[in-house]
Design a protein around this ligand. Structure first.
Ligand SMILES: *Cc1c(COP(=O)(O)O)cnc(C)c1O
Length: 397
């Protein structure tokens, strides 16, 4: 590939674009992770990250991708042979359930169609049948990054409570944290799993477990073997701002700035900005006449939109065309959606002009590949973002 002038558009649904102040913080010299300067940084990020999870409880930070924090959540709370309920929302929930099986956990996966979110009623029904309380946890993905479907977590909590079941609630927020409203304490979640490279606007390499008192108590008797991921090793030294092994010092420098930036904008404003980018994208896609993978408007993800191509057209060829033509990376279709769908990430450090730029690149790609669509989708997005009330009313009719 020859040199591409202009800035690369990284529009996969994570890793997202890292803002310059975060990159600058990461580029600062590495400091002594046992020294006083680090202790202060450690205390700041360990306190700061709680405000993003909306929890008063401790948050463990691992030098690992999100997959590591998935594993940590299971290892710290479960014993070999324990039963858990998982819900097949898409590729990421499937990977997580495979991991559970590899770890010796009996994962009962409720099948899904990859177009809808978690069915809390189906979870509640399984829990109600479990008279002996053998099910130890319910594990769900908040924002399924393979499909662009966001599930309601409070409904899952209510289903567990309505069944009077003691199972832990474990939630993957790797692609929603910092982009879609999330409340670890208020929603009664026991372990929340997060990652650095999506809504938190950092490069990959950090991941998180927010831990409720109930989860911490479960860890006392959980027998899956763990060492690197052991929460108690972290808790023992995190109070002073330190870690049991060398943390990702420079990424933590970036995390401090990213947390400050999220609060400077205001979390509610951040969420509203994501909602807006997502709505503009969907208006554009509908104008093109292409199909959105998420089947229920109540479950649309504000982080990404997965778009299906008409039969006989290759989503991978479209993405390759757009990369070559416009220097923009889009997400591929995962699992059964491979080559059938592509994903537009609209998350993290992102504004209106980037939304229209991204959509313009996609529309040019559709034209170049001869994929049937109604031209002018970007104008529909502009009408929405620019607040053209007349056009919006017409579109609603
Ligand atoms: C990205 C992602 C993961 C995997 O995280 P890695 O950082 O790639 O290990 C897991 N779950 C969801 C929902 C994700 O979006």
């Amino acid at each position: 590939m020859s040199y591409h002038p202009g800035r690369h558009f990284l529009q996969i649904p994570g890793p997202s674009n890292t803002p310059l102040p975060v990159l600058a913080a990461i580029a600062k010299p590495t400091i002594d992770h046992r020294g006083p300067e680090f202790g202060k940084l450690g205390r700041e990020v360990l306190a700061g990250i709680r405000t993003i999870f909306k929890t008063e409880k401790p948050v463990v930070i691992y030098p690992a991708s999100g997959t590591g924090a998935w594993e940590a959540a299971l290892l710290n709370t479960l014993s070999p042979g324990d039963r858990v309920i998982m819900f097949e929302t898409g590729w990421f929930s499937t990977l997580w359930s495979r991991m559970a099986s590899k770890l010796g956990i009996e994962a009962e996966v409720i099948p899904g169609d990859w177009r809808h979110g978690v069915d809390a009623g189906a979870i509640g029904a399984l829990l109600a049948e479990d008279k002996e309380k053998r099910i130890k946890a319910v594990c769900v993905v908040h924002n399924e990054t393979s499909t662009g479907v966001a599930s309601g977590i409070p409904a899952v909590r209510r289903a567990i409570d309505a069944a009077g079941h003691p199972a832990l609630l474990i939630v993957d927020t790797i692609s929603s944290l910092g982009s879609i409203d999330y409340r670890h304490d208020e929603w009664g979640v026991d372990v929340t799993v997060g990652g650095s490279q999506k809504g938190l606007m950092l490069p990959p390499g950090l991941s998180f477990n927010a831990v409720s008192d109930k989860a911490r108590a479960a860890a006392k008797t959980a027998k899956l073997p763990r060492s690197f991921f052991d929460w108690e090793e972290m808790f023992a030294i995190n109070d002073k701002g330190f870690f049991p092994y060398t943390p990702s010092t420079n990424l933590l420098q970036g995390l401090k700035v990213a947390i400050d930036m999220l609060h400077e904008e205001g979390l509610d404003n951040v969420f509203a900005r994501h909602d807006r980018a997502a709505e503009a994208t969907r208006r554009c896609v509908r104008h093109w006449g292409l199909e959105i993978q998420c089947a229920d408007p109540a479950e649309y993800s504000s982080v990404l939109t997965a778009i299906r191509l008409p039969e006989g057209h290759s989503a991978d060829a479209l993405r390759a065309e757009i990369l070559e033509r416009s220097n923009m990376s889009l997400g591929n279709g995962l699992g059964p959606l491979a080559d059938k769908a592509f994903r537009i990430g609209h998350l993290g450090d992102f504004h209106d002009l980037m939304v229209t730029g991204v959509l313009t690149g996609v529309e040019m790609g559709l034209r170049a590949r001869g994929i049937p669509h109604r031209a002018g989708g970007v104008a529909a997005a502009m009408d929405y973002l620019g607040g053209n009330r007349g056009a919006m009313a017409a579109a609603a009719e």
